[in-house]
Ligand binder design. Sequence first.
Ligand code: ADP
Length: 469
Amino acid sequence: MSTFHLLIDGHLQASDQSDVVINPATELEVGRAPRASATQVDQAVEAAHQAFHRWASQPEVRQQALLGAAAAIRQHADALARLITQEQGRPLHFTQGEVAGAAATFEHYAGFAAPSDVVLQQDEQKRVSIERRPFGVVAAITPWNVPIILLVLKIAPALKAGNTVVAKPSEYTPLSTLYLGEILKDVFPPGVLNVIAGDGQVGARLASHPLVQKVTFTGSVATGKKLYASAAQDVKRLTLELGGNDAAIVLDDANVDAIAEKIFWGAFWNSGQVCFAIKRLYVHEAVFQPLLDALVKRAQKTRVGDGQLPGTELGPLTNKAQFERVISLVEDARRHGATIHSGGAALPGPGYFYPPTLVTGIGAGVALVDEEQFGPVLPLIPFRDEQEAVRQANDSPFGLGASVWTANPERGLALVRQLQAGLAWVNQHGDIHPGAPKGGYKSSGLGYEGGLRGYDEFSELQVVNAALV
Ligand code: ADP
């Protein structure tokens, strides 16, 4: 497993150039990822194009292959989870959960009842039906925070619907996806699933390839906007899962002891590197101090360290750029008068370790509140009037997730429905139902992933009109 290859047309391929992938816990090399050349990008797309018609016409083969993918992942689960931990940083028990989720996702789509054709008219004269057609080649471009599950949430429904795929992982965490390609090499017919690696330029070449019909992307808003612009050239179909700056609102009746642990994990899971983590915590004055105290106590006992060591709760930031961004956001907050109640400085190296950090004394207008921190730093902002908290929560270009915390779920439901977010929770933050379509409002995304609505993003409709006389 120490040598990694691209998967193109059913063959493992080396490349002339490669990129070193670093373990963020040790800053040592995990392995080298082959960087796809322009020719290899084109080969992968052409292979997917060639494989498409046969694959699209064989629903039973597709179902069996999806089940085979789940079985193959389970067979290699330990090695795959360890590799995610090594290149991404998250503790092993969490990456094992990610891998189990990837296998379950393939199984879910194998058994997924694809919507039937709708017959609008059928009589002696005429038959009119609405049918679904796969697009052809789908490009799946993924980020570094949860690399395998975010990829499988794209490729499993895309393949189920009859498309073929070219996948490109992030240059920070490509090895687990390349290894997944190797695991799945013989599960799918050649060309049905291709895996290439490289940086944004490789992604841009893939996304703008004329034979790619649809791009499904999870990543930053900045890259999402570039893909939106590039898709305009040939009106490519596009699904964008972008960032978030999720607000959680804690009401005056909330039971602090009951919620503190859940809020902690809602904000700090994966060291905050989650698109729908709690990134702003609005807390009613009545419970502000007790909740702050409870979170500080929890943060101070958190075991931060190498995710490969048993007992670790939070690993490092996944890459140096993100590590430095978190450091500079906290410094900027300090300059704006913030008080830091726990953490607040990087841990001694090697490794990009930053402890869970709780910040007060800042509000709108400071980058840590206005922007997505994507790290283990949470600002707490007090409020007195809950409508004012709703206004501040909604005053953001993002709209991915939001939550309300209260002893009275009815009150929570009424308030959470006022929040501009595609994912809304009461007394929890981050749970995703397997049947749920996940999507962001405003700059947080375009389209949906998951559920029937998400599945439908991998097909076109065709209205078939037949005159029978
Ligand atoms: P981050 O800055 O957090 O790494 P990105 O949005 O840049 O997030 O990266 C997400 C994915 O998008 C990665 O696989 C990356 O290589 C890819 N990517 C970056 N720039 C482009 C681009 N212009 N076109 C297509 N893919 C890109």
